[in-house]
Design a protein around this ligand. Structure first.
Ligand code: B4P
Length: 188
C-alpha cells in the first residue's frame, strides 16, 4: 500500500508510522527524520534546513522534495510506503502527485490522525524532557501548530476531494490507535 499519514505535530504520526512499517512491511519515509539526519550529519541541506526547523517553520519545498525524491528511489519502496510528515502544504501535495505519477506509484490513501490541542502540548512537552529535541520548546511548538493549521490542514482536502481521506481518532493508547488505522486501511 501507498499511504500518506497526516496530522498535527504530536498527533503520533511518527509513532504510528513506525508500527505500520513493522506490521505491514512498508517503507517508512519521514521527512522530519530525514531532515534531522541531514542536520546531524552537517550536510549542505542540513545546514540550510536547521534554522527553519528550530523556528518551527517549514523547510523550503525544493529542499524537501529533493530528499523525498532520493528516498523514493530506494529499493525498499517498491513494496509500498508510508509518508510521514509529507506533504505539508498544497504545493508539496502537487509536487508529490507529479513525482509519484512519473514512477507509477500514486498515493492510495491518506489517513488524518486527529488529536485535541491540550493533549498535543502535553505529549510534546513530555518529549522535550525525554529527548531534548530543539524544536520542542513551548514557543516553537506553538509556531508549529500555527504553521500546521495554516499550511498543512488544507492538504487533507486535497485527498478528500478524491475520496482518498480517512479520519482516525488519535486519542487513547498507541496500540488502540494503531488498530483504528489498520481498520481504516482495510476498509479502503
Ligand atoms: P516532524 O518530525 O514531522 O515532527 P512532528 O510533526 O512533531 O511529528 P513527530 O512524528 O516527531 O511526532 P509524533 O506526532 O509521532 O517535523 C519536524 C520539523 O521538520 C517541522 O517542524 C519542519 O520544520 C520540518 N519538516 C518536516 N517535514 C517537512 C516538510 N514536508 N516540509 C517542510 N518542512 C518539514 O509524536 C509526538 C510525541 O507523542 C512522541 O514523543 C510520542 O512518543 C508521543 N505519542 C505518540 N502517540 C502517543 C499516544 N497515543 N499517547 C501518548 N503519547 C503519544
Amino acid at each position: 500500500m501507498r499511504i500518506v499519514l497526516l496530522g498535527p505535530p504530536g498527533s503520533g504520526k511518527g509513532t504510528q508510522a513506525a508500527l505500520l512499517r513493522e506490521r505491514l512491511g512498508l517503507a517508512h519515509i519521514s521527512t522530519g527524520v530525514l531532515l534531522r539526519d541531514a542536520v546531524e550529519r552537517g550536510t549542505d541541506l542540513g545546514l540550510k534546513a536547521k534554522g527553519y526547523m528550530d523556528a518551527g517553520e517549514l523547510v523550503p519545498d525544493a529542499l524537501v522534495l529533493d530528499l523525498v525524491e532520493e528516498r523514493l528511489g530506494q529499493k525498499d519502496v517498491s513494496s509500498g510506503f508510508i509518508l510521514d510528515g509529507y506533504p505539508r502544504n498544497l504545493a508539496q501535495a502537487e509536487a508529490l502527485d507529479d513525482l509519484l505519477g512519473r514512477i507509477g506509484q500514486p498515493v492510495e490513501l491518506a489517513v488524518a490522525v486527529t488529536v485535541d490541542e491540550t493533549e498535543i502540548v502535553e505529549r510534546l512537552s513530555k518529549r522535550a524532557i525525554e529527548e531534548g529535541r530543539s524544536d520542542d520548546t513551548e514557543e516553537v511548538i506553538r509556531n508549529r501548530m500555527r504553521v500546521y493549521s495554516e499550511q498543512t490542514a488544507p492538504v487533507a482536502q486535497h485527498y478528500a476531494a478524491r475520496g482518498q481521506l480517512r479520519d482516525v481518532d488519535g486519542m487513547g493508547g498507541i496500540e488502540e490507535i494503531n488498530h483504528r488505522i489498520v481498520a481504516a486501511l482495510n476498509s479502503a
